[in-house]
Design a binder for this molecule. Structure first.
Ligand code: SAH
Length: 225
């Protein structure tokens, strides 16, 4: 699978591979060990997913503003969530992301899964991501505008779901859109307290289990549920 249109990247002023390699070294030092995740993150040019004014900081392991009060997630968190997800489920044919934002997490997943659907609630961010992913050559990612509290029914059920904004509680519709045997990774917690990464595993309709992982800080999940 051709992951990124190399010509398109050249035309956009690629910052050096060495800068990106340093970020990957840092992720490894912090404990990211999945080789597929490291390989993809070494290739995806994060500077193209942030505003030009921010691009000099794009290979720091930090979240950065992307406008509209939102942020591109910290590379370590992107790596960790991706690693947790791909280690849960063997065949990632149909995956859903809620919270497209800058589309960086989507681009990382796009290199690892067969089909990705990603939903964003802010129209400007949706349009920007849609155009950027197209320009970069991704043809296995479908971007959608909408409130992800309801998941994305048209393409359900999913092998995995990743949520990149934090709700107080896990939206029920998302659990319903998991296949039997599928997993979801989601940061859960009130905005003024610590959120925890949770992995929800659905064996079947009556057997849903949740495990809790590290503390994280995410922007709020907008909910109209
Ligand atoms: N995955 C993104 C993270 C962006 S921050 C990245 O890699 O850059 C989280 C995003 O979730 C924001 O863009 C926000 O607008 C979006 N969001 C919050 N609540 C949402 C909801 N209910 N449905 C869809 N998107 C939502």
């Amino acid at each position: 699978m051709r992951i990124i249109d190399e010509q398109a990247i050249k035309g956009m002023g690629m910052t050096s591979q060495r800068t990106r390699d340093r970020l990957i070294d840092r992720l490894q030092q912090k404990g990211i060990s999945n080789l597929d995740v490291l390989r993809i993150m070494r290739r995806v040019p994060r500077h193209l997913f942030v505003d030009e004014a921010m691009s000099s900081r794009s290979y720091e392991d930090a979240s950065l503003p992307i406008g509209h009060g939102q942020t591109i997630s910290q590379p370590y968190i992107v790596a960790r969530m991706t690693e947790l997800l791909i280690e849960q489920v063997e065949n990632l044919d149909n995956v859903l992301e809620i919270g497209t934002g800058s589309a960086y997490q989507a681009a990382i997943l796009g290199g690892l899964v067969k089909n990705l659907h990603t939903v964003e609630v802010i129209p400007e961010l949706y349009r920007h991501s849609r155009d950027l992913l197209y320009k970069l050559g991704y043809r296995n990612i479908r971007t959608h505008l909408g409130d992800g509290s309801w998941g994305w029914k048209e393409a359900a059920p999913y092998d995995a779901i990743i949520v990149t904004a934090a709700p107080d509680e896990i939206p029920k519709a998302l659990i319903e859109q998991l296949k039997d045997g599928a997993s979801m990774i989601i940061p859960v917690g009130a905005q003024n307290s610590t959120q925890k990464l949770q992995i929800v595993t659905r064996k079947n309709k009556n057997d849903i289990s949740v495990t809790e992982h590290e503390s994280v800080v995410f922007v709020p999940f907008v909910s109209s549920e």
